[in-house]
Design a binder for this molecule. Structure first.
Ligand SMILES: NC(=O)c1ccc[n+]([C@@H]2O[C@H](COP(=O)([O-])OP(=O)(O)OC[C@H]3O[C@@H](n4cnc5c(N)ncnc54)[C@H](OP(=O)(O)O)[C@@H]3O)[C@@H](O)[C@H]2O)c1
Length: 277
């Protein structure tokens, strides 16, 4: 498994598992639990979840999937901006821990910016860290100006990641945010790496993948995996697709293949506001 080293020194898998919409369909539950467990067996030991997903249902399902295997997993969770006050963050974390049936979250992120001042959220993160309830903290969906503001509050400089929308069809973060994060040695987590499956219908990607003997999902994931300090978190509820997605690791793209993708899906030529899903 390719790995990324976080500022706190922890080495985490570059390909993890997303969980948005997991737990929504009771009929899919057994397969979803089996998929997450298979992912752990195959080395995708980073699981990304959030209190928002299914109003806590995704966390509960993750708790079921990791029961008895907590030591193996690097667990990423997110607090909603509406809970991100000093007290609200601590209370939200404690609720998440109960749903996950664990005593700690490895990386706790602010899901996006809300009304709570960053200083309050970070103060809560530090309190949770001192209590051993979280090991590290970070953010999601912050643009460059917001990142600069976040790192300027006391404790903000310990940010471990910015989790953002990034895939072949959503490259705006490459203009200024990703270079700044790289310069500050803050790894990026790329969410919706296959654009919630819409990218898989793109004729440019389909043609490229066919020529290279890959599936479209593998090509899209390999493109992100070729980047330094990027953690990629595709979601699937099906074991077969999980195996397919993990196959991306066996097919690192060569420089000519990467150049072809760059031509097919051009990088931004100027600044844009941060996109979110
Ligand atoms: N921080 C944030 O604001 C934020 C926002 C969005 C997402 N996220 C995180 O990032 C994770 C990934 O993003 P995402 O779930 O939005 O989108 P995604 O991973 O780009 O795509 C997931 C969709 O693609 C399908 N899929 C997966 N592998 C496939 C394959 N090999 N072939 C065909 N279809 C496939 C899945 O369906 P099946 O499940 O049926 O296979 C699902 O519908 C989320 O689950 C969440 O953990 C974070």
């Amino acid at each position: 498994m390719n790995t990324v080293t976080l500022p706190l020194g922890e080495c985490v898998p570059a390909l993890g598992m997303g969980t948005w919409h997991i737990g929504d369909d009771p009929g899919a539950r057994k397969e979803e639990v089996a998929t997450l467990r298979l992912g752990l067996d195959l080395g995708a030991k980073l699981i990304d979840t959030a209190e928002m997903y299914g109003g806590g249902r995704a966390e509960e399902l993750v708790g079921e999937a990791i029961a008895g295997r907590r030591q193996e997993v690097f667990l990423v969770d997110k607090v909603l901006p509406s809970n991100a006050s000093r007290r609200g963050t601590v209370a939200a974390c404690e609720r998440s821990l109960r749903r996950l049936k664990t005593d700690r979250i490895d990386l706790y992120l602010l899901h996006w910016r809300g009304n709570a001042p960053f200083s309050e959220t970070v103060a809560a993160f530090m309190e949770l860290q001192r209590a051993g309830k979280i090991r590290g903290y970070g953010v999601s969906n912050l643009d460059l100006d917001e990142m600069k503001e976040f790192v300027s509050v006391p404790g903000g400089e310990a940010v471990q990641t910015d989790q953002v929308l990034w895939n072949l069809s959503r490259r705006n973060v490459e203009w200024d945010l990703v270079p700044w994060l790289r310069q500050h040695r803050i790894p990026v987590m790329a969410y919706s790496p296959i654009e919630q499956a819409r990218l898989l219908e793109d004729p440019r990607l389909i043609g490229f993948a066919r020529r290279q003997g890959l599936t479209p999902a593998q090509a899209a994931l390999s493109w992100l995996l070729a980047k330094e300090d990027v953690i990629v978190i595709p979601k699937t509820s099906r074991r077969e697709r999980l195996s397919e997605n993990l196959g991306a690791l066996d097919h690192p793209l060569t420089p000519p293949q990467l150049s072809e993708l760059e031509r097919l899906f051009p990088a931004p030529s100027g600044p844009h506001s941060l996109e979110m899903l």
